[in-house]
Design a protein around this ligand. Structure first.
Ligand code: SAM
Length: 184
């Protein structure tokens, strides 16, 4: 299985539907690092074109991989090994393509139903049978921009517990999605 995750800070929408760049949140990085490592994700890309934000991500990663944090908490050092930063979704795809020799299959996630829907069990089987890399895209702000949804190969069905409310924090969404797709 070759599963990659990405947290998209651009292009995402804000409350008014404008396409914006959101800020990196420290605890997203820590929670995604631990969750992605637990489920054996190849790499988790934090996607932002903003130089200061990328610098901050490098600083945090270095602290936990090489700095004082790596001695203080070796488990966190291990978790941060899978964390990468990328300028864009296109750059992320190029990095994955260099590793596998093929463009990743792009899978969007959203709390809303979208076109090109794929069910959890179908994607789970596909991941077992297909060694092609798959990149799961998670949104920030008000979610992935429409131009991202237009480009993906699949949109994973929303997590829905039937309560009428399903707007999960992205950290919880990543954990639920990975557990449904990759748990043994
Ligand atoms: N600042 C917010 C937070 O608390 O994390 C970011 C919200 S962002 C729109 C949440 C992202 O988590 C979505 O873009 C999607 O990737 C994922 N997500 C949230 N709820 C989901 C659901 N019910 N099913 C699938 N993915 C979901």
């Amino acid at each position: 299985m070759n599963v990659y995750t990405s947290l998209i800070h651009h292009p995402v929408t804000n409350k008014n539907g404008d396409v914006v760049t959101t800020s990196i949140t420290n605890f997203d990085l820590h929670d995604l690092a631990r969750t992605c490592t637990t489920y054996g994700v190849n790499q988790c890309f934090i996607v932002t074109p903003n130089p200061a934000q990328k610098e901050m991500m490098h600083f945090i990663k270095k602290h936990w991989s090489e700095g004082y944090g790596s001695q203080y908490n070796p488990d966190r050092r291990q978790a941060f090994e899978c964390m990468e930063v990328a300028d864009s979704i296109e750059d992320t795809c190029l990095t994955i393509q260099k590793i596998h020799g093929t463009h990743p299959v792009l899978v969007a996630t959203s709390a809303r139903k979208a076109k090109k829907a794929i069910k959890f069990e179908v994607l789970r089987d596909r991941l077992k049978e297909d060694s092609k890399p798959h990149l799961l895209l998670f949104g920030t702000g008000w979610g992935l921009a429409q131009r991202v949804l237009d480009k993906v190969d699949f949109a994973l069905e929303p997590i829905d517990a039937g309560t009428g409310y399903n707007h999960l924090p992205v950290r919880a969404a990543v954990a639920v999605v990975l557990d449904r797709l990759l748990s043994v």
